[in-house]
Design a protein around this ligand. Structure first.
Ligand SMILES: [Mg+2]
Length: 194
């Protein structure tokens, strides 16, 4: 099976790292639970341009390589990669691709055979990649990308995060998991890992 895997919020604790960076920079006390959306400007109550500048600074100051890996993700991805063709499908910016590839090689060595970065375009871009790859399962934390994949008839494991709590109409293909332990149980139950 082809399995498409998102990075931030699934493999990488990106919001946590950006949050620490922002709090240090601005003297604020935001917590992970405050991120009800991935549109950081709505959480921080600043402009889009200011937000873009903060994220660029986060990259330029070299924080990407130090983003922590999501607990339990490495073992399950390794197991999946023995039986399936694994692709990374992420909306990360083009400028961060080299650092991201190094990060992936550090935590998930040789697990992925394809790397697709959409440079923060719309979720429909991810949807097109899933369709073109003929993917059978998506691992995501973004609600919009999840529902877009599900409309193609693709099963999605939706990783529970504060920013994906909006109510939604599911066609039965979306399965929410609290973390990698639950994901592992789901995948085992369906024979996708041993
Ligand atoms: Mg994500």
């Amino acid at each position: 099976m082809i399995i498409d895997v998102d990075i931030d919020g699934v493999l990488a604790k990106c919001v946590e790292s950006i949050n620490i960076f922002y709090n240090r920079l601005k003297g604020t006390t935001f917590r992970k639970e405050d991120y009800f959306t991935m549109l950081f400007e709505e959480v921080w109550k600043i402009t889009k341009d200011e937000t873009r500048a903060i994220i660029t600074r986060f990259f330029e100051e070299g924080h990407y390589p130090f983003i922590s890996v999501e607990d339990g993700s490495q073992l399950v991805i390794q197991q999946l990669s023995r039986k399936h063709s694994m692709h990374v499908v992420s909306s990360r910016h083009n400028y961060s691709v080299q650092q991201t590839l190094r990060w992936l090689q550090k935590y998930f060595p040789d697990c992925f055979s394809g790397f697709h970065f959409t440079d923060y375009e719309k979720a429909t871009t991810k949807q097109r990649i899933h369709r073109d790859l003929n993917c059978g399962l998506v691992l995501e934390d973004d609600l919009s990308a999840t529902l877009q994949a599900a409309t193609l008839g693709i099963k999605v494991l939706l990783f529970d995060q504060p920013w994906n709590q909006k109510p939604y109409q599911s066609n039965g293909l979306v399965h929410r998991v609290k973390g990698w332990q639950e994901a592992e149980a789901y995948l085992k139950q369906r024979g996708l890992i041993c």
